[in-house]
Design a protein around this ligand. Structure first.
Ligand SMILES: *Cc1c(COP(=O)(O)O)cnc(C)c1O
Length: 344
């Protein structure tokens, strides 16, 4: 077998959910959009449902079907993009709860599914999704009379605890929801960690469940093992890979492993990361190509069969930093080529 192996530790996932749940006095939901941040919406959702999650969120209605199948009837599945044209059948068939974002969506929902549950998303300053304050002021009475399941908003800077935007959005959200009688939610992972003022009735962590920052206490959820295809000796002065970006300074042994940027190991990662044989780091050298990565294994006493690129020592956030991006992007880029294994 020459495909790289992605191992997803569902116990660690459940444990991260429980750890975040334990930091609040309120309900903890689970955000499972983008196919469970790339890890598989089905197994991720059923694991979190077993751990105790009763509310799930996806980005678009199409994603809700797989989650409903995994968690069965009962749990609320909220759709952040709301009720878009063409969503009606999906919302009804899978009992999904659109988070209505605008007067147009509100109208569409009332016309297409007048008795179907919905929630409300407010814009508290991020200017991405949700009712503007003026539109909300106009529709609030009518919407509240229909008893929405949830009123929520999203924070722009919650991963920076001292950012003044956090308090500003908190104030705006409070103002916009003062006196509402339905459950309120403001916090994703970052907001959950900012403290109880941000928790309201429901927190909505995503990335922290999957082992990513800003939840520094998260357990790593995934490991990636790369099979070694061949190992070669390289003389001093010889180069490795596209563009000759690495030159041997000593007689070296170079292992070529089966994974590359088509597997979400972005070319932009460049150098500066390791792969591991057990606990022993072996640096990635030369450019990452589409399907292959070259690794300096000179310091290993033997030629390895496989090298691990994600583990407890080197996380998605380390790869993200090397690539100049965030852990979210590494996770959701992982792609379909891996042979996947779920560890219960
Ligand atoms: C993605 C998302 C979340 C989860 O965010 P994390 O930072 O991954 O915890 C919560 N709410 C909304 C509206 C989102 O788009």
């Amino acid at each position: 077998m020459s495909t790289a192996r992605l191992k997803i530790n569902l116990q660690a996932l459940a444990s991260n959910w429980r750890a975040l749940d334990a930091t609040t006095e309120v309900e903890t939901a689970a955000v499972v959009k983008a196919d469970g941040y790339g890890l598989g919406a089905g197994p991720v959702s059923s694991t979190l449902a077993e751990a105790g999650a009763r509310t799930f969120f996806v980005a678009v209605a199409e994603e809700g079907a797989a989650v409903r199948k995994a968690v069965g009837p009962g749990p609320m599945i909220g759709v952040f993009s709301g009720h878009m044209e063409g969503d009606t059948d999906l919302l009804r068939a899978h009992d999904l709860t659109p988070l209505i974002n605008s007067p147009e969506q509100f109208q569409r929902h009332l016309q297409a599914l007048p008795d179907h549950p919905f929630g409300i998303q407010l814009d508290s300053g991020m200017n991405r999704l949700g009712f503007e304050p003026a539109d909300w002021a106009e529709l609030r009475g009518k919407a509240e009379a229909l008893n929405p399941r949830l009123v929520m908003s999203h924070m722009a800077c919650a991963d920076e605890p001292d950012h003044p935007m956090n308090q500003q959005q908190l104030r705006t959200f409070r103002e916009m929801t003062e006196g509402v009688s339905v459950p309120r939610s403001l916090a994703a992972t970052g907001g959950t960690l900012l403290g109880s003022a941000f928790h309201f009735d429901l927190c909505r962590p995503g990335i922290g469940l999957y082992g990513g920052l800003p939840f520094a206490g998260a357990k790593p959820v995934i490991t990636i093992d790369l099979p070694v295809i061949q190992v070669r000796a390289v003389e001093v002065g010889e180069t490795v890979g596209y563009g000759n970006t690495w030159t041997a300074r000593r007689p070296s042994r170079i292992a070529t492993v089966a994974a590359g940027y088509a597997d979400g190991l972005h070319r932009a990662i460049g150098g500066g990361i390791d792969t591991f044989s057990g606990d022993q780091p072996c640096p990635v050298v030369g450019r990452i190509s589409m399907d292959l990565i070259t690794v300096d294994v000179t310091d290993l006493p033997h030629d390895p069969d496989r090298l691990r690129i994600l583990n407890g020592h080197q996380t998605v956030d380390d790869l993200a930093e090397a690539a100049g991006t965030i852990g979210y992007e590494i996770l959701t880029s992982i792609g379909q080529r891996y042979s996947r294994g779920y560890v219960e």
